[in-house]
Design a protein around this ligand. Structure first.
Ligand code: 6GP
Length: 822
């Protein structure tokens, strides 16, 4: 890190300046001329041009942070689901109009170049997208922060359907060039793995342990700009890529087998090769633990070496940094920092623990017990032997404390131990995080309460002050301002553009809900957004959507607890009633049910559900009567880019998880902010959405968390619902009859059988309540004016769900850090 700012000037902020810079990039970096440039050439030149406008801010921000040495936030996340970068960078640099005009003057179309960008899909779903929203807000709020993660060579798989079933293909997002990243091999960090530990006596006469790794890899940082919204700040996202070390090569080269030596490089490079496609269900694979340790070890080393001044007294580390653990994936950073302090820096244990404890905070993102990561002691000991020793010692001292406080309650000690004994000895990463962190937070009020009362209850008893809530949020820049230009324009016309960085100001729209002219224009925007979606789905998927229908949208990962099956049973029931002649097509509003969902490749039931949706959709869409009022659209490969056109077009947002299972949800917030009404359970952030938008503007249904727990405890019998509810019985029988599988009765037998026998997420228990709520939706939709009034109120009252507000909450409740002025 240098202390001097290099002399740089940004290109001129004008159409001419932009065109000049663009052509220079095209000629000098792409090595081509306008007449011969491919779309990808032009896209790359455009991206680099935009980058240049942000560069001086980036350097200034970095230098400012280094000079001021403020308390900084290091967000540690194994996933960042960033979405496309171009539009966000254009917005931040205030270049949208200039770029469109400049390109047009060269005969190029900004919209076409935009489509050439392949989004970096370095995340699975909610957790990864949240991280991307958070770094955006941190930059926009001038908070000194850095995001650390992994530069996966292959992001989340691309989904295709074959015969209605999901097929996964590798995501080669880097293939066309990666204009947003900056490799810094000169700042590579060496990370050890495996080997053994040994005892030795230090100069001070104290017996110590040290790690002798068996092999090493290099972590090469790739920096990404995280531009704040027009505030002159650009923060950094630093993603690590694994390389073979030279030593690693040399040793093998010297052994004489050149080909083997080259081949073995891939062993090291495998670490950052691919994102694990599991969402909320860890696989416990060795490579995954390698990834986790790799990126946190690199990040800690990087922070200490690059961002602190030489000779910094690490006893003061908590004044300079808080490492925010995005779920348990980075939790091995805790023993790593202990190792650095004790083994490398010569700290005493207690002193190191005191520093470490104050440097970490932990966010939990789940309520599913199976989603809480555990690593077998066998694997941990083999891959990270020194860290296992450290974890044992942390646990020993912690359990001594529990014993003392509880008067030797051994049952409690066993329950709280960081090391589980059954079914195998394993490290419970959530417990390790909870023991070490200064703060533990859930991601919505209900979730945080359930963490305190259930999942981490013993810990909350011991340290009530550690536990807090920070309700999730989403960035209004990407998900309103960029995704919904029509609505943004309408809002800005009404209340000015301050809402983009102060989303609470949407409140000022409230009176306009009663303004017929405003509502009319609001409907116009929605209609235009539907038109845009129709074009995209036609082009991208060959799917025809009628923009005159109600758009009923359920997009999120495919997971049983999210209950895509409940939505599907509603579709099947409608189909059944219409084909049976019980309901006339004249009596139901026409709707298009849109699904978007990827299933983890190894999650068999989720993949069955995808196939079932596609099969039901095919039959429904082919039926001459039914398809006049009901159609199913399931575009493959739902990603951030699709979300950005889908969400602004939606009328109805499906948030129908079993209460007590969805930690928060963030899609729910995006829909409300874009003027869709929610049909939802009392789960996750739905609770807060409903409280804010009002009961009249939200379709609530279903069991509450205490009700669902009580039923589960008393012994849930899904078949009783089947027996007692004729509509439900008919729907399930129809699926089982082969009506959606060309008469093949066996095709979806496992799905139906599972619902009848187990139905872990109580789809059948909530079926009738859901149908009743859908009837209320239909009634409400029949009055477009009243519907749009509710929709406007949803927008006006959802400002709370800005990720800027989440950041303020973290700053106050967790980080105790401050934005940098200026
Ligand atoms: C998700 C939760 O399922 C979702 O409810 C929440 O909105 C999101 O995190 C952001 O907080 N969890 C995950 O994606 C996950 O992998 C371990 O949890």
């Amino acid at each position: 890190m240098t202390e001097t700012t290099p002399l740089i000037t940004s290109p001129e902020h004008s159409v001419e300046g932009f065109v000049r810079e663009f052509l220079r990039e095209l000629n000098f970096t792409q090595g081509t001329v306008l007449e011969r440039a491919t779309t990808n050439d032009a896209y790359l030149a455009l991206a680099r041009t935009v980058r240049h406008y942000l560069m001086s801010r980036w350097i200034e921000t970095t230098v400012d942070h280094y000079r001021a040495q403020p308390k900084a936030v290091a967000y540690l996340s194994a996933e960042y689901l960033l979405g496309r970068q171009l539009d966000n960078a254009l917005l931040a640099a205030d270049l949208e109009e200039i770029a469109a005009e400049g390109l047009a003057s060269l005969g190029l179309d900004l919209a076409e170049l935009r489509d050439a960008e392949v989004e970096p899909g370095l995340g699975n779903g909610g957790l990864g997208r949240l991280a991307a929203c958070f770094v955006d807000s941190l930059a926009t709020m001038s908070v000194p922060a850095i995001g650390y993660g992994i530069r996966y060579e292959y992001g989340i798989f691309r989904q295709r359907f074959a015969g209605g079933r999901q097929v996964e293909e590798p995501d080669t997002w880097l293939a066309g060039g990666a204009p947003w990243e900056f490799a810094h091999p000169e700042h590579a960090v060496t990370v050890g793995f495996g080997g053994h530990t040994e005892k030795y006596t230090g100069d001070d006469g104290v017996e110590r342990s040290r790690w002798v790794p068996g092999w090493q890899v290099l972590g090469v940082p790739y920096n990404y700009m995280v531009p704040g919204y027009r505030n002159g700040r650009v923060n950094t996202l630093r993603l690590w890529s694994a390389r073979a070390t030279h030593a690693f090569d040399l040793q093998i080269f010297n052994e004489g087998d050149y080909v083997d030596a080259v081949r073995s490089r891939t062993f090291a490079e495998n670490i950052s090769k691919v994102l694990y496609p599991e969402d909320s269900t860890p696989q416990g694979k060795e490579l995954r633990l390698q990834q986790q340790y790799f990126f946190v070890a690199c990040s800690i080393r990087d922070f200490v070496d690059q961002l602190l001044p030489a000779g910094f007294d690490l006893r003061r580390l908590p004044e300079r940094i808080v490492f925010q653990l995005n779920d348990t994936h980075p939790v091995v950073a805790i023993p790593e920092l202990m190792r650095v302090l004790v083994d490398d820096e010569g700290f005493g244990w207690d002193e190191a623990w005191d520093v470490t404890r104050r440097c970490f905070a932990y966010t939990c993102h789940t309520l599913l017990p199976e989603a809480l990561e555990v690593w077998s002691v066998e694997l941990m000991g083999r891959l990270l032997p020194r860290h296992l020793e450290i974890i044992y010692r942390i646990n020993e001292e912690f359990l001594a404390q529990v014993r003392e406080r509880s008067g030797g309650d051994e049952l409690l000690v066993r329950r709280m131990s960081i090391i589980a004994e059954h079914p195998q000895r394993a490290v419970r990463m959530a417990f390790l995080a909870t023991v070490a962190a200064t703060r533990v937070n859930g991601v919505a009020e209900l979730h945080s309460q359930l963490l305190r009362d259930k999942v981490l209850a013993d810990f909350a008893q011991l340290w009530p002050e550690k536990f807090t809530n920070v309700t999730n949020g989403v960035t209004p820049r990407r998900f309103v301002r960029l995704a919904n230009p029509g609505l943004s324009g309408l809002i800005t016309e009404a209340i000015g553009d301050g809402w983009v960085t102060d989303l609470d100001r949407l409140r000022e729209l409230e009176p306009l809900a009663d303004d017929a002219e405003f509502r009319r224009r609001f409907r116009e925007v929605k209609a235009a957004n539907k038109g845009r979606l129709v074009d995209v789905l036609r082009r991208r998927d060959g799917i025809e959507v009628d923009p005159g229908t109600m758009l009923d949208v359920m997009v999120k990962r495919l997971h049983e607890y999210k209950r895509q099956l409940l939505k599907l049973l509603h579709v099947v029931t409608l189909y059944d009633r219409i084909t049976a002649g019980e309901v006339s097509v004249d009596d139901v509003p026409a709707r298009t049910v849109v699904f978007g969902a990827k299933a983890a490749p190894g999650y068999v039931m989720a993949k069955e559900i995808i196939a079932l949706i596609n099969h039901v959709g095919a039959v429904v869409n082919a039926h001459p009567d039914v398809s006049t009022v009901l159609r199913v659209a399931f575009p493959a490969n739902y990603d951030v880019t699709v979300a950005e056109t889908l969400i602004p077009a939606a009328d109805l947002s499906e948030q129908i998880s079993l209460a007590g299972k969805e930690a928060s949800g963030t899609g729910n917030m995006k829909f409300a902010l874009n003027g869709a009404l929610t049909i939802g359970t009392d789960d996750g952030a739905n609770v807060e959405i409903r409280r804010l938008v009002g009961d009249d503007n939200f379709f609530l249904f279903g069991l509450t968390e205490p009700e669902a727990s009580a039923i589960a405890e008393a012994g849930y019998r899904p078949s009783s619902y089947y027996e007692e509810n004729p509509g439900l019985r008919r729907a399930l029988d129809l699926v089982a009859s082969g009506a959606f599988s060309d008469g093949d009765r066996g095709a979806f037998e496992p799905v139906v059988a599972n619902l009848l026998a187990e139905d872990r997420f109580m789809v059948l228990a909530d079926y009738q309540a859901y149908l009743d709520a859908q009837a209320r939706v239909e009634a409400a939709y029949a009055d477009p004016d009243a519907w749009s009034r509710s929709a406007v109120l949803n927008v006006a009252r959802s400002g709370f769900f800005s990720s800027d507000r989440s950041m303020r909450d973290y700053l106050d409740r967790v980080w105790h850090a401050r934005p940098l002025p200026g």
